[in-house]
Design a protein around this ligand. Structure first.
Ligand SMILES: Cc1cc2nc3c(=O)[nH]c(=O)nc-3n(C[C@H](O)[C@H](O)[C@H](O)COP(=O)(O)O)c2cc1C
Length: 392
């Protein structure tokens, strides 16, 4: 427990990200009205709203086939690059599957995106759960924990190619021989290379993230669930002297009264698209069940949880702006550094998050720091604390 408490960073402001709706159907599998579109024009406007509202990151989804609904999908790396080109400050995190990319090709792609955006490109490495995407593309579908063996090699190569000349790495899945990528990524003070985010919940995911990720992304969790998750990552990170940062997913329903917010949640669930949610549950729980300890992502998710397909209701960012801000700062106290948020009506609600919730969060953060006797610098960033060398 002491170990977990030491992860909390009360002196640095929380960071905020939003899910890029680059697949159709919004972020809940429900027929409730969602004024969210997956097209580029909508997303371009959303990205600009978000950076003005105080969001530092946007995260795209990588999806090649329909699954939880999401019947239509825009490809994640190209879409992310276009959003980078359309914004000034926003860092856009492109989701990628190691099994679909060669790490050298991705490293090169991200360097170009980084130059186009003046140092704002990042990646989210996702090991995958939708078997059909791989099998029907004729790609190998590795057994659960083996996917993380490949993922670890993949991330080490990205970091190596981004930071070293004449990089060599031989492994089970990739062999890189004396390779230098030129140009290197943009030299951003305090950032050794484009940031590597990592999504996954299982024991293997946590252990791998601790060894190689800059940021660990968790699906939605209650406070206890999140503590458990970061303890796993922390244990493996501590073994190799690393300090990854932590992001948590949450679906935000901010309304004038708590009742209104709860009613909205009820309506989302009542209007759930049952066959799509059930199909999704079967696919992901099968993927989770293939872990040795059965602790894969979504292993303990109910039907209601899965209506937001990254368990975003579990985080309970539901209520008035004050209630949500208080909840957010509770999570900060147990180690969350970044909130990954999603909404019913993205453009309107991202803007409202900036005006109604963020100022209260900043006040509460300053208050929490004062009480803990630490300085709170609203301008401080985390970049300087990220690991700097290949494999470290
Ligand atoms: C924040 C976050 C984002 C994710 N994004 C994607 C994605 O875009 N595409 C995808 O196929 N899987 C995505 N995943 C799922 C992971 O790749 C992984 O398959 C999932 O966590 C199950 O792995 P586990 O059984 O090891 O927990 C994401 C997971 C998280 C936590």
């Amino acid at each position: 427990m002491e170990e977990i408490m030491s992860v909390a960073d009360l002196s640095t402001p929380l960071k905020f990200a939003y899910w890029v709706p680059n697949v159709s159907g919004g972020l809940v599998v429900s027929t409730i009205e969602q004024r969210t579109s997956w097209d580029f024009d909508y997303n371009k406007k959303l990205a600009r709203i978000a950076e003005d509202a105080g969001f530092e990151y946007a995260l795209s989804q990588t999806r090649y086939a329909a699954s939880y609904g999401a019947d239509k999908q825009h490809e994640a790396t190209s879409f992310s690059l276009a959003l980078l080109a359309a914004t000034e400050k926003l860092k856009v995190i492109a989701a990628v599957h190691p099994g679909m990319w060669h790490p050298g090709v991705l490293a090169k792609f991200i360097i170009t995106a980084d130059h186009i955006s003046n140092g704002r490109a990042a990646v989210n490495i996702v090991s995958g759960w939708l078997k059909d995407e791989f099998v029907n593309f004729g790609l190998e579908w590795l057994e659960h924990d083996e996917r993380y063996v490949r993922t670890e090699e993949f991330i080490r190569i990205l970091r190596g190619l981004w930071t070293e000349q004449g990089y060599t790495q031989s492994g089970k899945y990739y062999n890189i021989n004396n390779f230098t990528l030129s140009p290197a990524p943009v030299d951003v003070p305090g950032r050794p290379h484009p940031e590597v985010f990592f999504g996954g919940n299982s024991t293997a995911a946590q252990a791998t993230a601790g060894r190689v990720a800059d940021w660990y992304f968790s699906n939605g969790k209650d406070l206890e669930g999140f503590k458990e998750n970061i303890a796993g990552v922390q244990a493996s990170a501590a073994e190799v002297g690393r300090r990854p940062r932590y992001g948590l997913n949450g679906f935000v329903i901010a309304r004038d009264s708590e009742k209104e917010a709860r009613d909205t949640l009820r309506e989302i669930v009542e209007k759930a698209h049952r066959p799509a949610v059930e199909g999704f549950r079967d696919a992901v729980q099968e993927a989770g069940a293939s872990t040795k300890d059965g602790k894969g992502m979504w292993a303990d998710s109910s039907f209601e949880d899965l209506v937001q397909y990254n368990d975003g209701f579990k985080t309970q960012l539901i209520g008035t702006p004050e209630q949500i801000a208080e909840r957010i700062v509770e999570y900060k106290k147990i180690g969350v550094n970044l909130f990954l948020t999603c909404y019913l009506h993205f453009q309107e609600e991202v803007a409202a998050f900036g005006t109604d919730i963020l100022p209260i969060v900043r006040e509460l953060e300053a208050d929490a720091a004062r009480k803990a006797g630490v300085d709170f610098d609203p301008g401080e960033t985390l970049a300087g604390t990220l690991p700097s060398k290949a494999g470290v």
